[in-house]
Ligand binder design. Sequence first.
Ligand SMILES: Cc1ncc(COP(=O)(O)O)c(C=O)c1O
Length: 417
Amino acid sequence: MRTIIEPFRIKMTEPIKLLTRNERVEALKRAMYNVFLLDAEDCCIDLLTDSGTGAMSTRQWAAMMLGDESYAGSRSWKRFEASVRKITGIDNVLPTHQGRAAEGILAECVVQPGDIIPNNSHFDTTQANIEYRGAVALNLPCPEAYDTGTPSPFKGNMDVAALGRCIKEHGREKIPFCMITVTNNTGGGQPVSMANIRRVKQVLDEHGIPLVIDACRFAENAYFIREREGGYEGRSLLEIAQEMFSLADGATMSCKKDGLANIGGFLVCRDDEWAERFRNLLRPDSVLLFRGKVSTREQQKAKLIADEIAQLDGVFDRLPAAMEIFLNGEVNPKLLNQIKLLIPQPGEENEVQKIDINRAPAWLLEALPGIGEVKAQAIIDYRQQNGLFNNINELLKVRGIGQTTLDNIKDLITVAD
Ligand SMILES: Cc1ncc(COP(=O)(O)O)c(C=O)c1O
């Protein structure tokens, strides 16, 4: 196994509760096997989402203390607005507490019952906001998206031909705007090419339909465009992001994704009339434009990250590290531009990471088939009384472990060198 060295130091720890297998089983039963109903402290490895859960950089923590909580005209808000304008090139910026709030405002102001909103794939909150208005959230992913066995660089693309058919069938009047989600979360987090966004925009322009980007992972998408699309090699990620937004009439954003903040979002649009409608909706909801529901400390934090994006700093140091973990590629933060992703091809299997019976704690041993609380403890007791195992067959000397159990787990375990 290749060792991954993360390009950052971890400064803070937060203890997590380690449950035994039986406790985990009980917790799952109590939650009626619905992981959304589990208490977070009952999950020692929580893979539900990476949204808003990330550790923060030293600069983010420091920036929070610079947050200006003035009742009006806050300095933090102005910095945040300037950053968003710099990246998107769009002037009307509205703060929201999350991405879904931006979608909610957009839907409430622009969507009518019976409308159709096409998207490469709607995220579930976007779909919910559209359906709540009595409209149809239509997914039009490209055909390759369904072929999980064949590699293709931009499986997040929209099916442009299907979009054309949709407009022909329903007419411009029923389609107040079209969305494109970068990267395509619901479609497996796959990226969208610049060529595809451009093509979608051309088709929409022919009918005067605005394009709204769901921009949660715009930085990651820019990264994939630079890696995989001809003509973008050597371009800065900020330039690529700016080019993507230049094709949009508006965007919704969750700063909990590529903003690396714990909360926050925004809505941007070019059309002043749309912006006025959005602002009028914000006011009754007591979200004053210059303050927002989110503490300015949070805005400050997200703004800082936006700056870091602009400088290809911070976020992009982390991005390849995250990519490394998921895609098993090379990482070297100093040679960021030369990073190549190694994507396992169909049929190529990664070696299973084995459990070291000389070091594994009880909860890890319990992950092995046929090993419950009692046998796991027996392995640990044996280790403490007799010293480390010399080989895996020695497990047969442990109380309660016979040949059948060993045969079931022999390919999953190892002993330390
Ligand atoms: C693609 C996409 N759009 C919208 C959202 C909604 O953002 P938020 O969680 O900030 O409401 C998310 C994540 O939750 C997302 O991944």
